[in-house]
Structures are given as structure tokens and as C-alpha cells.
Design a protein around this ligand. Structure first.
Ligand SMILES: [Zn+2]
Length: 322
């Protein structure tokens, strides 16, 4: 039984990575076609609304507490190769939230780096130790200083190990973006990897977007560049992130900009200003990346506003199932 006291309210189910026996290797948090089917059955097909129904019912305030929708973030190719056939079998239309710099030949390196650490190291911890070796600094004081933050994050994101959280803190807080990327580029160069050769393997093409749209799935913006922390950008930059994404999508899909009324927050990051910007642009339904109330964001309840709808990460559901 999926629904319990802590998740009986309408929400989204959030998916990122899938694996198969072919080009998409098993990686941290990835699931197989069978896992996906089992998960749908565990939630109960009847509780899963197609994205368009979810949106319509949301607008009319008619969503029931056992109604969920399926959402995919980041335009990751394995979603097309592995998950889409399952959606067709079950006749489920989903939300696909994509960031759009990749459609201008400039995807976020996050996915490239993930591919790198999955395919070129025997384990994630081996990657971490190689990374720390390349960084070559004493991180102990930084970890001690952030002990509380590490504990809080562990409570909030059960799917991460302490090592995962520490690495993310080093990546996002200790290092500046270009410092982090320098180290990654050096490590990749050592293994003779050329990023641009990986794009078609890792990301949606424009044709993938058109196909999804034609099949009735709903595509929405997830920013343009996928910044790590949207909430730290100036209002103008935040506005650009979403307006640019909508403009790229409307061109590829030959739709009006006002057709895009649904979105998800990259890394779940937003501020009150972000919400103002999004409302002004005309977005009506926005998804977070967790199922908890975040008082520090001014949330008073779950599904606090039209742009703060909760989502459960698929890995937490897999844990419930086992
Ligand atoms: Zn994302």
C-alpha cells in the first residue's frame, strides 16, 4: 500500500534516471523498466492521473488526496528509451520538465559528470576518493563546520549516503562552479572523454520533444541553464531562466508561449521572488522535489501554493516497496 498518513495528499511522483541492459548503465538512483512497472502497480494505476487531467482537476480544485501524476525532470534520454514504452503500455500521459540549454548545444555538465562517474569507476566511493585526490585539500575543517547541515540533509534526503551529501557540499558550497568544473574536466581528460560525443546518448533531441508532445505528454520549463541554486540568482536572471526556456520550447514545438502552464523547480530551489516571477510569466502549476514542508521557504502547509506542489522521489517509493 503506497498511501499512508504522511503522503495522503495530491502530489507528483518524480523520476530522473532509468537503466536497461544496453546503453544506459545502472547508476545511482536509476531504475529498470520492471522497477517502473512495479512502482506504478504499487501506487495503483487508478490513483495515477494523466498530466492533462491532473492539471485540469488542479485548476478546479478537484484533486483528491490519493491522486498523483508522473513527472520526469532534466530531459534525460533514458526516460525516452526505457520509461516511455511503459507509459504507452499503461496509457499514462506524464509531465516532462526540461531545461533547454541542451537544445542550443549547451547542456548542463551535471549529466556528463554523472555518466563519467558511473561508467569509469567501480563504485561511487571510488569516484569520490579520486575526486578528493585531484582536489588535494584538507576538507576536515569544512566537514566539521557543516556537521549540522550534513545531519539535516541526511534527514531530508534519505536516498543520499553521508558520503553523497559531503560530496555535494564540497561541490556546491566549498568550491565555486568553475573550480569544480576544472577538476572534473581534468579527471575526464585523463580518461580521454570528449563531452560533446556523449550528448545524443544522454539527452533528449528536439525530435524527442516533438514526439512526446504529439503523444499527449505535457512538456514544461525547468529553467534554461539548470542553475544549482535558482534562489541565489538576481530576479532578472531568474526571469531570464524561465522566459528563455519557454521561448525555446515554444519554437521547437511550434506553440504559443502561453501554452506552457506547468513547471518544476531545478534542484527544488526557489525563493518568494521566484514564485512572483513565475506567476507573472503565467505558470499555474509548479512542482517541488520533496514531500516536506519547508518553513525556511515560508511554507505553512504541504502544497503551500500553486507553484509549491509536493513530489515524491521514486527512490523513496522503491524503498517502501522492499
Ligand atoms: Zn533538474
Amino acid at each position: 500500500m503506497y498511501f499512508n498518513n504522511s503522503n495522503s495528499f495530491f502530489h507528483g511522483i518524480m523520476f530522473h534516471h532509468f537503466h536497461d541492459d544496453g546503453i544506459h548503465l545502472k547508476s545511482q538512483g536509476s531504475i529498470s523498466k520492471d522497477d517502473f512497472k512495479n512502482l506504478i502497480n504499487f501506487i495503483g494505476r487508478k490513483n495515477i492521473l494523466s498530466a492533462d487531467d491532473f492539471y485540469e482537476k488542479f485548476k478546479k480544485d478537484l484533486l483528491k488526496k490519493n491522486e498523483v501524476c508522473i513527472t520526469f525532470d532534466d530531459a534525460i534520454k533514458s526516460q525516452i528509451d526505457v520509461a516511455l514504452p511503459v507509459l504507452s503500455d499503461y496509457k499514462i500521459k506524464a509531465f516532462f520538465f526540461v531545461y533547454t540549454s541542451m537544445f542550443e548545444g549547451n547542456p548542463d555538465n551535471l549529466e556528463i559528470y554523472r555518466y563519467f562517474r558511473t561508467n569509469y569507476f567501480s563504485s561511487i566511493n571510488e569516484f569520490y576518493s579520486n575526486f578528493y585526490e585531484a582536489l588535494n585539500e584538507n576538507l576536515e575543517p569544512f566537514f566539521i563546520q557543516n556537521q549540522k547541515e550534513i545531519e539535516n540533509k541526511k534527514l531530508k534526503f534519505q536516498m543520499y549516503t553521508v558520503e553523497d551529501i559531503k560530496f555535494r557540499l564540497v561541490r556546491d558550497l566549498y568550491l565555486k562552479k568553475d573550480e569544480y568544473e576544472d577538476i572534473m574536466q581534468k579527471m575526464m581528460k585523463k580518461k580521454k572523454i570528449i563531452s560533446s560525443e556523449l550528448y545524443s546518448k544522454l539527452f533528449f533531441s528536439k525530435d524527442d520533444l516533438k514526439k512526446l508532445d504529439k503523444q499527449g505528454h505535457l512538456i514544461g520549463p525547468h529553467s534554461h541553464f539548470h542553475p544549482t541554486l535558482m534562489e541565489n540568482l538576481t530576479i532578472d536572471k531568474q526571469k531570464y531562466e524561465y522566459e528563455k526556456a519557454i521561448s525555446v520550447l515554444s519554437k521547437i514545438l511550434n506553440k504559443s508561449k502561453s501554452d506552457f502552464k506547468w513547471m518544476s523547480h531545478p534542484n527544488g530551489s526557489y525563493s518568494k521572488d521566484t514564485l512572483k516571477v513565475l506567476n507573472k510569466i503565467g505558470l499555474e502549476l509548479g512542482f517541488k522535489q520533496i514531500m516536506k514542508i519547508e518553513p525556511e521557504k515560508g511554507m505553512k502547509k504541504i502544497n503551500n501554493s500553486n507553484l509549491e506542489i509536493a513530489r515524491e522521489d521514486h527512490s523513496n517509493i522503491i524503498r517502501l516497496m522492499n
